[in-house]
Design a protein around this ligand. Structure first.
Ligand SMILES: Cc1ncc(COP(=O)(O)O)c(C=O)c1O
Length: 383
């Protein structure tokens, strides 16, 4: 195949076995804990995969897919997105270090840093996601990691990645971003100077609400080696069946992403004019405070956004969510199914101001957009 083809073509052809009569179009899955050797002399060779925990061909193929996605130099896999986040962090902090954490970080990562890392003697400091190059003032001699997430969880603040990575590089600080929202399709943080891009592949790459997975993609071989070594120390391993499912998700991820992205944009535009909605929090929408920054660095939107309702009681918020018939009530996004949650019970902010009304998050799936509009309209009409 030519080497200048677009990602849709690359992903459709990734890891196909060489054609022969009757060859399957997809790679095969090998399930193994024990791998056999021909001779005792081979048991301790370092150039061979010696044990099931060290992966299989389908794992290698999936790593290649993630490297292709983001232009990475190396990828480590994890059994969930959260495990990918903690692996990236643990490979770059030690006792006595200082870590800077964006205030709109995904909740369980916030909890890991503020609780678990603190018990290990790591100092954790939250910062305003909109800080830009002002991050310079927070860097200490022992700062080893800046954790970013753009847009932020639930409230969708956009971070100035080039400004933050430039400061970090002058201080030899590792930058790690949770890039789940963009699926690496509309944002390429490694090209903007970020060292590590982390994904919950559970979302767009799984795409069907039935598999948990994570990936840590590094910009340099050296960083990738550090992450892989830590994964080995910690005994990280993923099922070949799950790896296969994620690789299969790559085939159709762009088409699925684009449809749900279009749906989210359409719903956001419509909800922005709805009398019961106070505001829409979607970086691709012109009313978003960071819209200009999003336009500069992103090539598109995503399927996930929030709205702030005009103030109503928590009981009315429950009524609204319970009245939705097409949107399921559940966490996650990037799947075929649309989902909605009320966010206020989990919304923790130390620096940012919380929204002035109830916060609702919509994850757009692949259903018809007019059906989704009618579902929301009917539910809003009862509050
Ligand atoms: C931004 C973000 N990062 C990480 C995760 C964790 O991913 P997983 O559910 O695969 O552990 C999630 C899950 O919702 C997420 O939204």
């Amino acid at each position: 195949m030519r080497n200048d083809v677009k990602k849709e073509t690359l992903f459709a052809h990734l890891s196909r076995p060489s054609p022969a009569l009757g060859t399957a179009v997809n790679p095969s899955v090998t399930r193994a804990s024990t791998l056999l050797f021909e001779k005792a002399e081979d048991l301790y060779r370092t150039d061979l995969r010696g044990y099931g925990r060290h992966g299989s061909q389908v794992h290698d193929d999936l790593c290649t897919a993630f490297n292709t996605l983001e232009g990475g130099a190396g990828t480590s896999l994890a059994a969930s997105g959260l495990a990918a986040c903690t692996l990236a962090i643990l490979s770059h902090v030690k006792a006595g270090d200082h870590l800077l954490l964006t205030d709109s970080v995904y909740g369980p990562v916030r909890s890991f840093c503020l609780n678990y890392l603190k018990t290990m003697g790591v100092q954790v400091q939250l910062y305003d996601p909109r800080i830009g190059d002002g991050i310079q003032a927070l860097i200490r001699e022992n700062t080893s990691v800046i954790w970013l997430e753009s847009p932020g969880s639930l409230t969708f603040e956009i971070q100035d990645l080039p400004a933050i990575s430039k400061v970090a590089r002058t201080h030899n600080v590792t930058t790690i971003i949770d890039n789940t929202w963009s699926a690496g399709l509309t944002l390429n943080p490694l090209a903007l100077g970020i060292d590590i891009s982390v994904h919950s592949a559970t979302k767009y790459f799984g795409g069907h609400g039935d598999v948990l997975f994570g990936a840590v993609i590094s910009q340099s071989k050296n960083t990738a080696h550090k992450v892989a070594k830590t994964a080995k120390y910690l005994g990280y391993a993923t099922s070949p069946d799950d790896a296969y499912q994620i690789l299969r998700g790559f085939r159709s991820v762009i088409a699925r992403f684009q449809q749900s992205e279009k749906t989210a944009e359409s719903l956001a535009n419509w909800l922005d004019t709805h009398p019961k909605v106070f505001s829409v929090l979607h970086p691709a929408h012109y009313t978003h405070p960071d819209h200009a920054l999003w336009k500069r660095d992103f090539k598109g939107g995503g399927s996930l956004f929030s709205i702030v309702l005009n103030p109503v009681s928590p009981q009315h918020v429950h009524k609204f969510i319970n009245a939705l018939e097409i949107f399921g009530i559940g966490y996650s996004y990037g799947g075929f199914e649309s989902l909605a949650i009320q966010c206020d019970p989990q919304l923790t902010r130390d620096i940012l101001k919380k929204p002035d009304g109830p916060l609702i998050r919509f994850a757009c799936g692949l259903e018809n957009v007019e059906d989704l509009k009618q579902d929301i309209e009917a539910a809003l009409s009862i509050i």
